[in-house]
Structure formats: structure tokens, C-alpha cells
Design a protein around this ligand. Structure first.
Ligand code: THU
Length: 160
């Protein structure tokens, strides 16, 4: 028996003011769209802003449903919208902010597993890493240089 250790790396910014100007702007757009989330059931609001290599920004917020699994996370609302509208553009950066109507969220909220898998599809397709920045409502911002840091040992088309 042997063990395999997989390490993963993130950068940590003390707060969004520390981000490079373009990323701070992207995060502010994620925060604004987060406020428009349709989240009457969880009361947990997420916003995602995607920056493309054609200069466009595509936004998404979580959309819930009374039939719970029929809703969709902010990240997938945004990334599927980007894929639908700009199928040939590369996704360069994603900024994510989350908060709750019930309590302040001060720690970074990472994308869920299903969103990671969905984002990985686009990173593979474009063969270019996607920078992912995520935060709560306030507090530190985590940066991943690629989706791969968030989903080590991922399933991809090469296994098919
Ligand atoms: N949610 C997101 O929008 N993104 C995530 O990565 C995790 C969860 C949403 C889904 C649901 O509307 C609410 O947050 C609570 O899970």
C-alpha cells in the first residue's frame, strides 16, 4: 500500500480592496448581482461575475425553485449564460460573493461540487486556466489560479 498526496494552493487577500483593480471591479459586479438572487427558500444569496477574453462580463445569481433541486447556483447560471451567448470566448476570471439573510457571512464561500465540475468543462474546452476568486459578504478573498486547485483528481472527457 502506498499513499498519494495531492496538494492544492490558494492565494488569500485580506479583503476585496486588496484585489487588483480589474478583479475588484469584477467582484463588485458579483456583489451587485448577488443582491438580485432569487433565494426565498435558503435565504442564501450568491452572485457570480465572469470576465471573458472578448472583454465582456457575464453575471449570474442563484435561482431557486419550490421543487428544490430544480434551482441553480449562481456560478452555473453565469457560466452557462457565458457559454450560450459567447461560445467562442475564453473565460478568464470568475468572481463569487455569497451571503445569507440570516447571518453575516465573513468567510469565503467556495463553489459547490457541481459548479466545480461544470466550470472544469469550460477550462478543459478552452485549454486555458480560469482564475476563481471567492468571498463571503465581507472578509478575506481566496484566489485559485485554476479550477484544478478546487477539484483535484477531477473527472474529465479523457476518461470516457
Ligand atoms: N449556491 C450557489 O449559488 N452556489 C454555490 O456554489 C453553493 C450554493 C446556492 C444554491 C442555493 O440557492 C443556495 O445557494 C443554498 O444552497
Amino acid at each position: 500500500m502506498k499513499q498519494i498526496n495531492i496538494t492544492t494552493t490558494f492565494s488569500v487577500f485580506d479583503n476585496k480592496e486588496e484585489l487588483p483593480e480589474d478583479v475588484k471591479n469584477l467582484m463588485e459586479q458579483a456583489i451587485e448581482i448577488r443582491k438580485k438572487a432569487y433565494a426565498p427558500y435558503s435565504r442564501f444569496r450568491v452572485g457570480a461575475a465572469i470576465f471573458l477574453d472578448n472583454g465582456k462580463i457575464v453575471l449570474g445569481s442563484n435561482q431557486e425553485s419550490a421543487a428544490y433541486p430544480s434551482g441553480l447556483c449562481a456560478e452555473r447560471v453565469a457560466i452557462f449564460q457565458a457559454g450560450a451567448i459567447y461560445p467562442d470566448a475564453k473565460i478568464l476570471k470568475i468572481a463569487i460573493s455569497a451571503t445569507s439573510d440570516e447571518r453575516p457571512v465573513t468567510s469565503p464561500i467556495p463553489p459547490c461540487g457541481a459548479c466545480r465540475q461544470s466550470i472544469s468543462e469550460y477550462e478543459f474546452k478552452q485549454d486555458y486556466p480560469i482564475e476563481i476568486y471567492f468571498m463571503g459578504e465581507t472578509g478575506v478573498v481566496y484566489k485559485s489560479d485554476s479550477l484544478k486547485n478546487l477539484l483535484p483528481f477531477m473527472f474529465d472527457k479523457n476518461f470516457l
